[in-house]
Ligand binder design. Structure first.
Ligand code: TNX
Length: 755
């Protein structure tokens, strides 16, 4: 009897594990699942009923079966049907209750979105590709109760820097629907191309949609190179209508973005009178921020209102995005009309003028029954009364806006910029910079700690952005978006994780099993799941190196200094400089890419470190210990776990060796990426001393100017001391004419190598 019970218990445990982790491979994860035994079979004789309110969901299911299995469900009465969609007002907004028994599928929802998402869940419960055996497909019996944590679950696509045709945009939107994301932010205008037909201003597209050539390689390359090829394209209003209709049938709302007053060079090149100087300028051929912005003249406002009058009727959603970011004020400073306007309107400065600009546009948009969204710069100089803020320069803009009782969408560069590198391996396709691996997206919490429960209600949700300066092809768009979008969808639907180390492996297992589904959808996703992560561990003055890989049932093989390779079982003791090489094996076969790491066993590795300020939470993955753990950061990814980022702070780093040591040399380096507002500091000093109470002012503190290479390499004169202090002065506020002008500069510092 007992044996039988144990057997049953084991059976249910193993069944649960299997079913939850593997068979039910749902992304985003539903709020609650109760799995039962047995299946429900759909075949040509299965019947369907839906109320007219749920037509989009019902039709979607039928189209899906038609395309995948070659048949549709016959419609019949609610009583007779095997699959029924019924209205149940007790279901949460956009939520659903799905009950699959042996004879019936019942879906309850209070709105059309909920019914639609129940179908997306059904879709993910079915095998992919849908290859019915004898015309039958099977679903597991279960109950799912589900609803989204956030009402805004967005994805953006920049179609200005590179143009993607309407068919691709539709595919992109269809993939959002699969992941229960409900907003598509369509970036339609920018310096490098105007992409939407405006009948009243035909030159916006005949001229403004084409640039003479495009930068090749990275913006920071010297010299910059260009391809010499004319490039462009645009959507006609008919194209837009087709995409909007497609989005409607996928329960996705499109938010068009018409950028103003900055990022307007393409428009000004078509109509030079919209700028302050009136001179003919070209559509931009390189990336970055440009001085030529819309001039706040009556003529410009008339133009923008006419443009918006054509844009607004095309998009049924409630929002129009008006940009508002990165508008350098140089032209306005040198323009007599602008200066007079500042006086006449009694404004403080050009920021006040920007605020006036946005508020005036907001009034117009509101008068047409729509609301504006703007990037967080619209906070500067006073927020337009009804505006929703997209917080991109970190979370602070969102915090400020929520405290002012404005709706907020979180989209900070640190967690939602999918144009950043997703792997630190050197062979990734060229990207703008940064480093945003899957796990970091998964760790995202759109609700900042700084907000109380009332204020947090203003955070509508989050969005990931795909800026396409370095993304010329559809394949590369998908490579950058997938699988990171799976993490964003789970964060915004299921809610942010409060136990990353526990939830992430479960998520990754589902991502691994989701890949065949992505293959069936012909999505060119990136696969970094089989990469290895290395980490220094310290225990009683001993140093170990730990290797992990994120998916289950894999083996790691490693070698030290090219010696014979061994199967990894426990952290490796490190007592001298070491080169570790490793690979992941799945069922005896090598998968993923080669891993290697150089560990420098320098004098700092067993020391203790303290900082005068903590690193910015967005760039603190390795903690302060990362600066003395023997591992250098990546040459191209400042967001990895070896670099630490500080926003605007002067640094004072103290290293305690525990006893007096002789220091012969000192090396470190800083990151330079003006496009991301990262500037190497101007000054660096260090001091070696023995007593924390010592008056350091009396000591000779060498001073170093930091040049463009941003590297420190000091031969000290065999100085002895227990402590080493580094003093690093932040670059300061970024001056005009430089990337990020007016903002505080970031300082990024790498390993401090002490020998
Ligand atoms: C900043 S996000 C921008 C974009 C760039 C992006 C590149 C924002 C409002 N402005 O114009 O494409 O960085 O990461």
């Amino acid at each position: 009897m007992i044996q039988r019970l144990i057997f049953l218990l084991l059976l249910t445990i193993s069944f649960n594990v299997k079913a939850q982790d593997l068979e039910l491979n749902l992304i985003p994860k539903p709020q609650s699942i109760e799995l039962k035994k047995g299946t429900f079979k759909i075949d040509q004789n299965t019947t369907l009923y839906f109320e007219s309110e749920f037509e989009i969901a019902g039709n979607f299911l039928n189209d899906f079966l038609q395309n995948g299995a070659g048949f549709q469900l016959k419609k019949t009465s609610e009583k007779e049907a095997n699959i029924v969609f019924v209205k149940d007002v007790s279901q949460p907004s956009e939520g659903y209750f799905l009950d699959i028994s042996d004879s019936k599928i019942s879906i309850k929802a209070s709105d059309a979105s909920g019914a639609f998402y129940a179908v997306q869940t059904l879709r993910q419960l079915l095998p992919s590709p849908l290859t019915p055996k004898g015309g039958t497909v099977a679903l597991p019996q279960l109950n799912i109760s589900d609803y989204p944590k956030f009402q805004y679950r967005g994805m953006h696509l920049d179609c200005s820097r590179h143009f993607f045709d309407k068919e691709f945009v539709k595919k992109y939107i269809a993939n959002l629907a699969l992941l229960k994301m409900n907003y598509f932010h369509w970036h339609l205008t920018d310096d490098q191309g105007w992409r939407i037909e405006i009948k009243k201003y035909p030159e916006l597209t005949s001229k403004g949609a084409f640039r003479e050539e495009t930068l090749i390689g990275h913006y920071n390359d010297t010299p910059q190179k260009f391809d010499g090829k004319r490039y462009g394209g645009f959507y006609t209003q008919e194209d837009i209508k087709e995409v909007v209709e497609f989005a409607k049938n996928h329960n996705v709302t499109i938010i068009p973005e018409i950028e103003m007053p900055g990022h307007a060079q393409a428009a000004i090149s078509a109509y030079p009178e919209l700028g302050c100087t009136g001179t003919q300028i070209p559509v931009a051929t390189t990336w970055g921020v440009f001085e030529d912005i819309f001039c706040p003249k009556e003529q410009t406002f008339t133009f923008l209102e006419n443009v918006l009058s054509e844009v607004i009727p095309l998009f049924p959603g409630e929002y129009i995005h008006i940009g508002g970011d990165e508008a350098p004020k140089l032209r306005w400073k040198n323009c007599t009309h602008c200066q007079q306007l500042i006086k006449d309107l009694n404004l403080n400065d050009e920021h006040g003028l920007q605020s006036y600009f946005i508020q005036r546009i907001e009034k117009f948009v509101n008068s047409k029954g729509k609301k504006i969204i703007g990037w967080d710069e619209i906070l500067e100089g006073g927020l337009a009364p009804n505006a929703t803020v997209m917080s991109w320069r970190g979370m602070q803009g969102g915090i400020d806006a929520a405290k002012q009782k404005h709706d907020v969408i979180m989209t900070p560069t640190s967690h939602s910029y999918f144009d950043y590198y997703e792997s630190d391996k050197a062979d990734e396709p060229l990207a703008i910079g940064g480093f945003l691996p899957l796990k970091k997206v998964y760790s995202f919490n759109p609700i900042p700690k700084e907000l109380n429960a009332e204020e947090a209600k203003f955070i509508l949700g989050a969005q990931a952005n795909l800026w396409t300066e370095y993304i010329p092809t559809e394949q590369q768009v998908e490579y950058m978006v997938f699988p990171r979008i799976l993490a964003m969808s789970e964060v915004t639907w299921n809610g942010p994780t409060n136990n990353l180390e526990k939830d992430y492996p479960d998520f990754v297992a589902r991502v691994e099993n989701f890949m065949p589904r992505l293959d069936a959808l012909k999505i060119n996703y990136a696969n970094h799941l089989y990469e290895i992560e290395g980490k220094i561990l310290k225990e009683d003055d001993k140093v170990f190196y730990e290797l992990t890989t994120s998916t289950k049932r894999k083996e790691i093989h490693y070698s030290i200094n090219n010696a014979k390779s061994e199967v990894y079982s426990k952290p490796i003791l490190i007592e001298a400089n070491a080169k570790i090489s490793a690979n992941v094996f799945k069922n005896g076969e090598k998968v993923g890419r080669d891993f290697s790491e150089e560990i420098m066993y320098h004098k700092g590795i067993t020391a203790k470190i303290s900082l005068n300020v903590p690193p910015n939470p967005a760039y603190a993955a390795g903690g302060k210990e990362a600066l003395i753990n023997g591992i250098r950061g990546s040459n191209t990814r400042y967001g990895d776990k070896e670099w630490l980022g500080f926003w605007g702070d002067d640094l004072e780093i103290t290293i305690d060796f525990g006893k007096q040591v002789e220091i012969n040399s000192l090396k470190t380096r800083f990151y330079n990426a003006p496009g991301q507002w990262i500037y190497a500091p101007k000054e660096f000093r260090y001091v070696i001393f023995n007593n924390l109470d010592e008056n350091l002012k009396s000591k000779k503190i060498p001073f170093f100017r930091i040049d463009n290479k941003a590297e420190i390499n000091v031969k000290t004169k065999q100085e002895k001391g227990r402590y080493l202090k580094l003093l690093v002065k932040n670059y300061g506020v970024i001056p005009e004419n430089m990337q990020g002008a007016g903002n505080k500069a970031w300082t990024f510092i790498d390993e401090i190598i002490i020998e």
